[in-house]
Design a protein around this ligand. Structure first.
Ligand SMILES: Nc1ncnc2c1ncn2[C@@H]1O[C@H](COP(=O)(O)OP(=O)(O)OP(=O)(O)O)[C@@H](O)[C@H]1O
Ligand SMILES: [Mg+2]
Length: 492
């Protein structure tokens, strides 16, 4: 088969980091080619070079036999490259159709041809088997729907190569299936799909071939049927790693957090409890109310009625700092928006929730702040040339690690994790699991919202499943099974 896209000898250096080092790779026409590598390995950097978003220091990109030393977004697009980034590139206040044709010429200089746009957008959606009204505003859509619009956008531009940077990181299981259906359909029509993901099972499910990169270097490409999970992980991390969940035997103690008849906006009505030293898993579909519950417990949104008790005492939070004072910390789901301060350094971000405990008479002890930052960036293996690096400049997964570190450093007695390992690579994932276990053993209590079945079953001591704003069931460890969680998730 012919190579449709090749990279040859690409180098990209940032201050203190070689993001890509003499990097070469080749993609064939009509294949689904996955890229795996640890957080900070250089995956997103590679994509940005292919799409012309950033220039390479040296090396060339060859598209369909034509070599380019200087690419820019326009040339890349003209040559059939389309990409869906880790962060979507859409304007929430515009309609689906307007977003699909953003930057294209339709109609004349003054008036875009809306009629054409909606008709064509409708056609593309139809081809994809997607049912979204092209007149709706993108800001009103769910993340999964927005992603489908991103795919439609790339297809509207007639791309020959579609790059997807962690497309499943922010959508639910059922939605991943739908996305895979579309990816396979694209492949059938001859499009090459470059698929970046940290979820090994998905990579095995969807790929024809898989390439591994490590520390900015190309390691290998294999047909997916010639490689095992274990080998793939070893190639990624450069050592063997058992992908099992560490066991823990400490029994759970008395309830530390009780939620009684908590109500919020819409149909939401929840009662549950969290015990000392316990890891409670919260299962359910996206939209079941798990994130809403987490935000109420962490003081980010106010319940309309019901009661929250911490250690038997009724509490009401006006904001998250009051929740932290009462001993509840939250690692939020949308870490880019809520979890970190992108324009500040790692050193500044990690201790930011712990300021009370490291201050004396209102004065921050900077040595202690720095020590905290050092300790937790080391424990979570945050990849950076310096703690003075702005969080903005870290890779996606490393930004998430900062968000997790920040909450862990605050050492609240109760920690709520909303999708703790989303976008985080295998090695660091295990480290986070280890840390969770350690915290539970020390008597802290953890509530973990997770859409990853293995994680939910592997880490929890007990699972409570939500369905449409209500508790649809509770499973003790001996009752755990994928089927039960799925059944309860859909309200059976
Ligand atoms: N603008 C920037 N300034 C400085 N360093 C950067 C910048 N962008 C990326 N880097 C560094 O380049 C390296 C590669 O980052 P990249 O985003 O390509 O990783 P990745 O493989 O996509 O990781 P992840 O799985 O976490 O998304 C990282 O060490 C990152 O910190
Ligand atoms: Mg990335």
């Amino acid at each position: 088969m012919a190579a449709i896209l090749e990279l040859k000898g690409i180098r990209k250096e940032y201050p203190g980091v070689v993001a890509l080092d003499d990097f070469s790779i080749s993609f064939e026409e009509g294949e689904i080619h996955s890229i795996m590598g640890e957080n900070g390995a250089g995956k997103s950097t590679m994509i940005k070079i292919i799409t012309g978003a950033i220039p390479a220091d040296c090396g060339k990109v060859i598209i369909n036999g034509r070599a380019f030393e200087k690419l820019n977004p326009a040339i890349s697009k003209e040559n059939g490259i389309g990409a869906i980034y880790q962060e979507f590139n859409m304007i929430p206040s515009l309609s689906v159709a307007e977003n699909i044709f953003l930057g294209d010429k339709t109609g004349n200089a003054i008036m875009p041809d809306f009629k054409f746009m909606h008709r064509r957008a409708g056609e593309i959606m139809n081809e994809l088997g997607v049912n979204i009204d092209s007149r709706r505003m993108v800001g009103e859509l769910t993340t999964a729907q927005q992603q489908l619009v991103e795919i439609a956008k790339a297809i509207g531009k007639k791309c020959r190569v579609l790059i997807m940077d962690e497309p499943s990181a922010s959508i639910a299981m059922a939605e991943v299936e739908n996305m895979f259906r579309i990816v396979r359909q694209l492949k059938a029509s001859g499009v090459t799909v470059i698929y970046i993901s940290h979820r090994i099972d998905e990579v095995f499910q969807i790929s024809d071939r898989v390439s591994v990169m490590r520390d900015g270097r190309y390691i290998a490409t294999k047909p997916i049927r010639d490689v095992t999970k274990k080998e793939l992980i070893a190639m990624m991390v450069g050592r063997e790693l058992t992908e099992s969940f560490p066991g823990r035997s400490a029994p759970a103690g008395e309830p530390v957090l009780e939620v009684e008849n908590l109500s919020g906006n819409g149909d939401f009505h929840i009662s549950l409890e969290l015990r000392k030293g316990e890891i409670l898993g919260l299962g359910g579909l996206v939209g079941a109310g798990r994130t809403e519950l987490a935000k109420m417990l962490a003081g980010d949104i106010r319940p309309s009625s019901g009661e929250i008790r911490v250690n038997g005492r009724s509490v009401r939070f006006r904001d998250s700092s009051q929740a932290i004072e009462a001993g509840i910390g939250l690692v939020p789901e949308d870490r880019k928006l809520e979890g970190v301060f992108l324009n500040y350094t790692i050193e500044w971000n990690i201790p930011v929730m712990s300021l009370k405990s490291i201050s004396k008479f209102g004065v921050i002890d900077f040595a202690k702040a720095k020590a905290l930052a050092e300790e937790y960036s080391k424990r979570l293996m945050i990849k950076t040339p310096s703690l003075r690096q702005l969080v903005r400049n870290l890779s996606g997964g490393n930004q998430q690690k900062v968000a997790v570190a920040k909450v862990l450093a605050a050492k609240t007695n109760i920690i709520i994790f909303d999708e703790p390992t989303r976008g985080i690579d295998v090695g660091a994932k295990q480290e986070i699991y280890r840390l969770m276990n350690e915290l539970a053993e020390q008597g802290m209590s953890i509530m973990m919202i997770s859409s990853e079945m293995e994680e939910l079953l592997g880490m929890s001591d007990r699972i409570v499943v939500l369905h449409e704003g209500r508790v649809s069931g509770e499973l003790k460890k001996e009752e755990f099974s994928q089927e039960r969680v799925l059944e309860l998730s859909s309200g059976i």
